[in-house]
Design a protein around this ligand. Sequence first.
Ligand SMILES: *Cc1c(COP(=O)(O)O)cnc(C)c1O
Length: 342
Amino acid sequence: MVDLRSDTVTKPDDAMREAALDADVGDDVYGEDPTVNELEARAADLVGFEDALYVPSGTMGNQIAVRTHTDRGQEVMVERESHVYKWELGGLAQLSDLQVRTLDGGERGVPTPEQVREGYVEEDLHRPGTGLLTLENTHNSKGGIAIDPAKIDAAAETARDLGVPVHLDGARVMNAAVAHDVSPERVTENVDSVMFCLSKGLGAPVGSILAGSEEFIDRARRTRKLFGGGMRQAGIIAGPGLLALDNVERLEDDHENARVLAEQLASVEGLSVQDPETNIVLVNTEDAGLDAEEFLDACEAVGVRGTQFDTHVARFCTHWNVTREDVEDAAEKVAEVVADAR
Ligand SMILES: *Cc1c(COP(=O)(O)O)cnc(C)c1O
C-alpha cells in the first residue's frame, strides 16, 4: 500500500524512538521538563519569535492562539477556505465566542490589503470590533500552495496598522519556506503568532508548536491549561519533536516526489492535475467519468490511498515514508484504474 492520504501518516524512525526512550523528563505543567523546554526554545528560534509553546495538535495550537488574541464577542477575519474556519469544528464559535467574517482569498488563498481593510470592523456602540486576522501558509484547501511571503506581509501589515493582531496557521509553513527557498523566519516575519505542526512532513509522532512574543506565550500557556492541553512528562514526545526540527530541508524530497507524481498523473487521459508547489497533489477526476469517491475506492483496491477533497477532486500527499519508487508505482496503478474506467 502506498499511503498518500496525508503527511500525518508518517511513523517515527528508530532515531525518534530512541529519543523518546532517552528523553530527560519532568513535569511540564511546572515548566520542569528539560526536553520540552529545549524544544520550545529551538522552535521559537527557528521561526524568529521570543518564545514558543508545545501543544498536542495543530488544531489546539490554532484555537489557543485565537482565544489568546481575542475577547469574547469580537469578529475574527478568516479566509473562506481556511482550515481554522472549515476543519476545526467551529471552534472559533465554540471555544472563543467569536463571530466569523470570511474573506475570499481567491486563487492564492490570501486576502489582499483592500479586503482586510474592507473586512475590518471598528468597535462602537453597535459593532463588536475585529479582534484578529488569521492567514494560512501553505494553504491546504488550495492544494498546498506556498504563499509568497510578500503577500502574507501585505495582509498582515494592513491588519496591524488597524490594530488587529495576525495569527498564521503555518501547519506546513516549513514547506512554504522550502518552496520559496527562504528561512522559516522570513515567512513569519510580519505576523504576531504562528502555529506549525511537527507531526506532518517533519515526521514527529505527536505535537505542534505555537510561537509568539514572551508576553503572548505566557498567556497562551494559561489558555493551553484551560483547553486541557497541559501535559506532564511530555519530554517523551518532545524528544522526537526535537529531531523533527532537523527535517526541514528534507521536505524538498517530498516536493520533488509530488512533482514527479503530478507529472505522471497529468499524462493520464481523463485526469487534470494542479501543478504542485509543495507536497500536495490535487487531481480532478471528472473527465475520467469518475467522482472522487469512486476514483479513490478503485485506487485503494490496487494499493494506493488518497483523500477526497471535493466531489471530483482527490488529494495525494507525499511524505517521509514514501520514496520516488513508491510514487512512480502509485502513478502507474492510478493510470490503470482510470484506463479501466473508460
Ligand atoms: C493539519 C492542519 C491543521 C491541524 O493540525 P492537527 O495536528 O491535525 O490538529 C491546521 N491547519 C492546517 C492548514 C492543517 O493542514
